[in-house]
Design a protein around this ligand. Structure first.
Ligand SMILES: [Zn+2]
Length: 233
């Protein structure tokens, strides 16, 4: 077996480990990133508070208008009841009725505004609820499949770790150090296959003599251009 074959096999396992770990990291971020859900919850809480306030306001304006109506009725009863005969007193009562009715109109206007406010707050609350339900159900499904994928990746990583142990056995400590340094420097690819007389990583032509050396059992041969370890079949 050539010295580079062992490293080539190790790299195949390491590349799979890299991919599984990158995917796990992406899944972790997705599961933790619940910005959308938080925003929908905040909208829902705001809508609930607004609706509550609107209902309170409506009740308050209803009571005020009702109280004012009773005052008008009572004053009118005095005015038309026949108990008061004095013209000056009657005139005063008439003025009171007019002024009480004027204020009643204002209060009824407020009551109407409060009703409209309550309706629109109820609509907003309903929209916020529907949105939140939609997001929760969609995220629930997405998260469920991501959690399943995460479990599968964890099992895959366990198997790959065992494969890596096996792939390490024919490799010397020195070779491993060279390999790991190159992996760090060359974006995860330390060993390049020779394909069609060229380095598969950088495309540089590799002559027959160098290819022959790359099959050597003892030493590692590097690509003259990118510096990666060459592996030739
Ligand atoms: Zn190269």
């Amino acid at each position: 077996m050539s010295a580079s074959l062992g490293l080539y096999r190790l790299q195949q396992v390491d590349r799979q480990i890299d991919r599984a770990q990158a995917r796990l990291e992406a899944i972790r971020k997705t599961l933790e990133n619940d910005t959308e859900l938080k925003a929908a919850l905040t909208r829902m809480e705001t809508a609930q508070a607004n609706h509550h306030r609107a209902l309170h306001e409506l009740k308050f304006t209803e009571t005020e208008a009702e109280t004012q109506k009773i005052k008008v009725e009572q004053t009118e009863a005095s005015l038309y009841g026949g108990g008061v005969k004095n013209p000056k007193e009657l005139q005063d009562l008439q003025k009171d009725v007019e002024s009480l009715k004027k204020h009643l109109a204002t209060l009824e206007e407020r009551e109407l505004e409060a009703m409209i406010g309550t309706d629109s707050a109820a609509d907003e609350l309903q929209t916020a609820k529907t949105d939140l339900d939609g997001i929760q159900s969609r995220l629930g499904n997405e998260h469920k499949s991501l959690i399943e994928e995460r479990s599968a990746l964890a099992r895959q990583l366990e198997n790959l770790t065992e494969e890596r142990e096996a792939a390490l056995s024919p490799i010397s400590v020195d070779q491993l150090r060279i390999y790991e340094d190159l992996r760090r420097q060359k974006r995860g690819v330390a060993v390049a296959e020779v394909e069609d007389d060229a380095c598969a990583a950088c495309g540089t032509t590799i002559n027959a003599a160098v290819q022959q050396s790359a099959r050597s059992q003892k030493s590692l041969i590097h690509c003259p251009s990118c510096g990666r370890i060459l592996f030739a079949n």
